[in-house]
Design a protein around this ligand. Structure first.
Ligand code: FE2
Length: 369
């Protein structure tokens, strides 16, 4: 037996109070059903009444309810039998049971089975409304938590994307800053216009062929841009001197390595790049400067850079010589394998065609492009 007991009459009022709540009243006493329907009246509630737990399950399977209020003592499976199945079918519905004074223990048992509260007959309207509100609030919170969990993965993915975009933006700023620093060195040291961009492209080509891990390539690019940053601290009369340097002037000129290293070593994102600044004038045979490092004492980035620095010096116009061909540069560098340069790096360098070097020289991208 099922009957529509009350309806949400004033929708606008119901709207203000929150959505009209669907209530299922389960009681074999028609008068008890009617009493609860009077207490849970419109516009906040819309009640449907049934006389048995079996009828209640039919209704619960048919539609969803916000609140189920069930008597415990009923013919058939009774209220206790209804709770587990109703909970399984509609876990977010508030479930209240009504008991006689003698049934308090059964009410407690009902709560153990999943009921939110029990109401002792005779029912008081204030107690019923307070209990329903409490149970609804509890289930609203449970639903919110479930919803939050459900969307957590999306939120993490969204935040990760935002973080990646922020990191990319910061990296872009780093690159622009490094480009500006590289350009500042090139402006002072007029003979090397475009040098940073080219040696950066050359370094990448060799590093990839030597299977340098991708995460170290960025350090190589940064180091290539900054390798001569210490020249900013070399006096013009030495840096821009057209003729050969004296021994003393050469010593001052060589200080650009330590000046550059001291400039970049304390900057966390330039730690990897600082290796190139520090070692780009070391020689594989140990006769370089400033530390006279030998062989693999020189980090691979420094050994790669030494080759490409020479390549660009040979193939660019300088005040003291005209640009030579890439073929000539290959011959010079081949002859220095094991002396100035690491033979493994030279072997990788020689595997690259002249056409590729020319293409990189013409088209190697700027850092921030
Ligand atoms: Fe240098």
């Amino acid at each position: 037996m099922s009957s529509q007991l009350t309806q949400c009459a004033d929708e606008s009022q119901a709207e203000r109070l929150g959505r009209c709540k669907r209530v299922l009243v389960v009681d074999d006493e028609p008068s008890a059903r009617k009493l609860l329907a009077l207490m849970l009246h419109s516009p906040s509630f819309e009640c449907e009444g049934v006389g048995t737990s079996e009828e209640a399950l039919v209704a619960i399977r048919r539609e969803s309810f916000d609140v189920i209020v069930s008597d415990l003592r009923m013919p058939g499976m009774g209220g206790i039998g209804l709770i587990p199945e109703a909970r399984r079918l509609q876990p977010y519905a508030a479930f209240l049971v009504t008991t006689g004074i003698d049934d308090v223990k059964v009410g407690v048992q009902a709560m153990r089975l999943g009921a939110d509260d029990y109401l002792v007959k005779p029912l008081m309207e204030e107690a019923v409304l307070a209990s329903v509100e409490r149970a609804l609030h509890k289930h609203d919170l449970e639903r919110e938590i479930e919803n939050y969990r459900y969307h957590l993965e999306d939120m993490v993915a969204e935040r990760t994307a935002q973080l990646k975009a922020a990191i990319q933006s910061i990296e872009q700023s780093y690159r622009s800053t490094l480009e500006a620093l590289g350009a500042a060195v090139e402006l002072r040291d007029k003979e090397t216009a475009g040098h940073s961009r080219r040696v950066s492209g050359y370094s990448l080509e060799i590093a990839r062929r030597m299977a340098v891990p991708a995460e170290q390539l960025e350090n190589l690019i940064r180091g290539a841009y900054l390798h001569d940053i210490g020249k900013l601290g070399i006096p013009d009369n030495i840096l821009l001197k057209p003729g050969p340097l004296t021994a003393d002037e050469r010593k001052i000129m060589q200080q650009h390595v330590s000046i550059g290293f001291s400039l970049v070593k304390g900057i966390p994102f330039l730690e990897g790049a600082a290796e190139i600044v520090r070692t780009h004038h070391e020689r594989f045979d140990g006769y370089g400067y400033p530390a006279g490092l030998k062989g693999e004492e020189i980090p691979l980035s420094g050994r790669i850079f030494a080759v490409v620095d020479a390549l660009d010096a040979i193939t660019s116009d300088r005040p003291y010589h005209r640009a030579a061909s890439f073929e000539f540069a290959q011959d010079v560098i081949r002859c220095e394998a094991g002396a100035q340069f690491d033979p493994r790096v030279v072997a990788s360098f020689l595997n690259v065609s002249v056409g590729t070097w020319a293409h990189i020289a013409a088209d190697s991208p700027r850092m921030s492009s």
